[in-house]
Design a protein around this ligand. Structure first.
Ligand code: ATP
Length: 347
């Protein structure tokens, strides 16, 4: 382990309210199936109402979870120190015997993927709403990378981890894999590559190297998904065996980028604004870390405050047969290799 990091080996819950398990049972009606919102790598998530009337989302760590106690601790340690309008708020936790539970503010509109990739609901995402969401995610990411008391790399940015409140404000969630960096540190590596296939940068997926620019890569994928309404992990352009990134780049290169724009938003958008987003997305998914913009630059680019360079062709664009097999299990967290590293360091 690098000696300039500290392991997160115990959970300091002093800054976070502890909620009795009995109260959680009452709030969720004994984790009733009618209250179940869904299930992720951590375990099932339930809707609940605390005795003070607050609606909450309750994540119960499953014993069979692919993620473990390390991610649970990480989420508590990190998110209780972070506060921003584009990050989901952790309201409390419960550790009683075998039970490990996290209690979050309830997000009425659930996660972005449930809108964007749903044939009926995506119609509600006009371009103004999509752009509002994109800007909010970028601001949340900027806070993590630059403006919070810690310097945080999220490492699992994807549509499932963006929650939407009643007014469609986006909140980044799921800090189980997030890592903190020292101010001077540019790059770290891990033997345990964890993240989601289709959103991971090439240097992270293949070499375990991660930095702010790995989050920028994931943001670029998300941006192209928002523009196209298509999931990178399940998109197939069979004629040329291309994934969404390859397809978007080919169209951009041929001056046909408008063909990648979701038909649902075509009538509600300024085409030049959407094409600008395609270009920003392609700049974010460039192969070389140094070619990708920082999130602060992305925020400026989105607010139209600077000219955009031309993106280089990304190489992670070929749809091979084995990719297709992997993608059939799309959106499942993947973990390669062993040894885990949890790091915490103040800025
Ligand atoms: N705070 C919340 N408010 C409302 N719904 C939520 C909240 N948190 C999670 N959910 C819903 O619960 C479901 C499971 O979420 P969870 O974050 O555990 O997994 P995921 O992000 O879908 O997958 P993975 O764990 O693989 O990243 C999702 O459908 C999500 O919409």
């Amino acid at each position: 382990m690098r000696k300039d990091f500290k392991m997160v080996d115990s959970v300091d819950t002093s800054e976070l309210p502890i909620i009795d398990f009995d109260k959680i049972l009452v709030a969720t009606d004994n984790f009733s199936t009618t209250n179940k919102l869904g299930e992720g790598g951590f375990g099932p998530v339930y809707k609940g109402r605390l005795e003070d009337g607050h609606q909450v989302a309750v994540k119960r760590l499953s014993r069979h979870s692919g993620q473990g106690v390390e991610e649970f601790k990480n989420e508590i340690v990190l998110i209780s120190k972070l506060q921003h309008r584009n990050l989901v708020r952790l309201l409390g936790c419960c550790i009683e015997g075998e039970e490990k539970v996290l209690v979050y503010e309830y997000m009425t509109n659930k996660s972005l993927d449930t809108f964007l990739f749903d044939a009926t609901k995506r119609v509600k995402l006009d371009w103004a709403t999509r752009f509002h969401i994109i800007q909010g995610i970028a601001r949340g990411l900027l806070y993590l990378h630059r403006d919070s008391c810690l310097r945080v790399i999220h490492r699992d940015l994807k549509a499932n981890n963006i929650l939407l409140d009643n007014d469609m404000n986006p909140k980044i969630s799921d800090f189980g894999l997030a890592q903190t960096f020292r101010v001077t540190q540019e790059l770290a590596n891990t033997h345990r590559v964890m993240g989601t296939f289709g959103y991971m940068s090439p240097e992270y997926a293949m070499g375990g190297l991660f930095s702010e620019k790995s989050d920028v890569y994931s943001f670029g994928v998300l941006l192209l998904e928002m523009v196209s309404g298509m999931r990178n992990t399940s998109f197939h352009y069979h004629e040329k065996y291309l994934n969404l990134l390859g397809y978007a780049w080919e169209l951009y290169n041929e001056g046909q980028a408008s063909d990648v724009v979701d038909e649902v938003v075509v009538d509600s958008c300024s085409l030049s604004a959407v094409l600008r987003c395609v270009r920003i997305g392609l700049l974010c998914v460039q192969d070389h870390v140094a070619d990708r913009p920082t999130v602060s630059i992305v925020v400026l680019m989105l607010s139209n405050e600077m000219d955009l360079p031309h993106p280089k062709q990304p190489t992670f664009t070929i749809q091979s047969l084995s990719d297709a097999d992997l993608r059939s299990q799309c959106n499942k967290r993947c973990s390669i290799n062993k040894a885990s590293l949890s790091i915490i360091e103040g800025q």
